[in-house]
Ligand binder design. Structure first.
Ligand code: KG4
Ligand code: ZN
Length: 395
């Protein structure tokens, strides 16, 4: 291995084609993300076939841009890291096939990275960049909260590598999915999280209080996990019900509230005529389109979701004696979430760390950073590596 420890990361698990060069898991030399949002926006969600096609188109230019931005050539690399799951099968395969071919042609080791581990390493990468001298590896509680996941892990550094134990998760929708569905219902754009984030400040969260019922053990024993988008081998029945999330109920509650208060149609086109041309383009346009009761509803929804994420995350941190929280994934970009988690962590004498905003949503720098301990340990992917759409993290 060259003394530089340069890893090219490749990420294509969903709707972003990303490549990045990271030095020794601690310094981002480049991070390029080609978003497909405009392709999927008119459908109000990611269309898997279109995602694969767009990845195929973007893969080579994105890798070239990442190398150019880093000021290096392929010959300077020490390894190639790629997301092997979880995610969309066809989308994952584009990145994996390309990474394999590149690694073979360059005679470089290939490292497979779990997308969820990548999100956790986005926080660790930022921490190492900000405090290169400090020893930051300590047992932490990680909340990965995105469009596909709402998972809690106990993350422990052992012999230079990280080990993960799943301690909580959603039994149905992910928090980001709830954001996206509620935004779609209200006639806002895709993805919905950033819209709700921007509009919540104009509403009164007390005006529409939503509550999360405690998930009963019998509910999750009944096997509801089979319906989840991110269903995997994770043993929900063995998890402490205090650390289980459920976001499908609040989506229905919002729908009922919209119907009951006649909000439908005031700020949204009818869902049957969902068209991107009729969506607001700016925050000002959205605020002007949304009547006050809709803004109150948005504020109440966000207040409840963030409150539920906090309640269970802090309970798990206390239960496992974790002093540090690592909060990542697209929803971790949310301003109310960051402010409230930070304040509560301060009150409890814990630390709460988030990635920078560009590293909160999908990117490849987090994949290259997660691969660094594995490059040092010589843990490489076999030539038979393939996509695993429901790859689980940890035990
Ligand atoms: O991590 P990510 O880019 O992709 C997945 O792995 O899913 O997360 C995307 C999700 C979407 O559901 C999006 O609506 C949500 O993250 N999101 C947000 C914000 N920015 C993105 N949710 C709430 N507030 C935000 N500011
Ligand atoms: Zn993600």
């Amino acid at each position: 291995m060259s003394p530089r420890g340069l890893i090219l990361g490749i990420e294509t698990s969903c709707d972003e084609t990303a490549a990045a060069v990271v030095e020794r898991g601690a310094r981002t030399l480049s991070s390029v993300v080609a978003s497909q949002i405009s392709t999927h926006a008119r459908y109000g969600g990611v269309v898997p076939e279109l995602a694969s096609r767009e990845h195929l188109r973007a893969m080579v230019p994105v890798v070239r841009a990442a190398l150019a931005e880093a000021g290096i050539s392929l010959g300077d690399l020490d390894a190639i890291a790629v997301t092997s799951g979880p995610g969309l099968a066809g989308a994952l395969l584009v990145g994996i096939t390309y990474a394999k071919a590149l690694a073979f042609a360059q005679g470089l080791p290939l490292i497979a990275v779990n997308h969820l581990e990548g999100h956790i390493h986005a926080v660790l990468l930022n921490e190492r960049e900000q405090s290169p001298e400090e020893k930051l590896e300590q047992t932490s509680l990680a909340l990965v909260v995105s469009g596909g996941h709402t998972h809690l892990y106990l993350a422990r550094p052992i012999d230079g590598d990280w080990h993960y134990r799943l301690v909580g998760r959603t039994v149905d929708d992910a928090a980001g999915e709830a954001y996206d569905k509620v935004a779609k219902l209200l006639g806002l754009g895709y993805p919905g999280g950033p819209w709700i984030d921007a509009l919540a400040q104009y509403g009164d969260p007390q005006a529409v209080p939503f509550s999360f019922a405690q998930i009963k053990r019998k509910v999750h024993l009944a096997g509801r996990a089979a319906r989840t988008k991110a269903a995997s081998t994770a043993p929900i029945a063995q998890l402490d019900p205090r650390f289980l999330f459920s976001f499908s109920g609040i989506k229905t509650a919002v729908l009922r509230y919209v119907d009951l208060h006649g909000l439908r149609g005031t700020s949204r086109p009818n869902s049957a005529t969902w068209e991107s041309e009729r969506l607001p383009r700016t925050r000002e346009e959205a605020v002007a389109l949304c009547p006050q009761p809709t803004l109150d509803l948005i504020a109440g929804f966000q207040r409840a979701v963030v409150g539920d994420l906090m309640k269970k995350t802090f309970a798990a941190a206390e239960s496992y004696g974790a002093r540090r929280l690592l909060i990542s994934g697209g929803v971790a970009a949310n301003r109310e979430l960051r402010a409230r988690f930070t304040a509560e962590a301060g009150r409890r004498g814990l630390s709460a760390a988030f990635p920078t905003l560009p590293l909160s949503t999908d990117n490849a720098a987090m994949i290259a950073a997660a691969a660094w301990p594995r490059l040092q340990a010589g843990k490489f992917a076999p030539g038979s590596l393939t996509a695993d759409p429901s790859l689980a993290l940890g035990v």
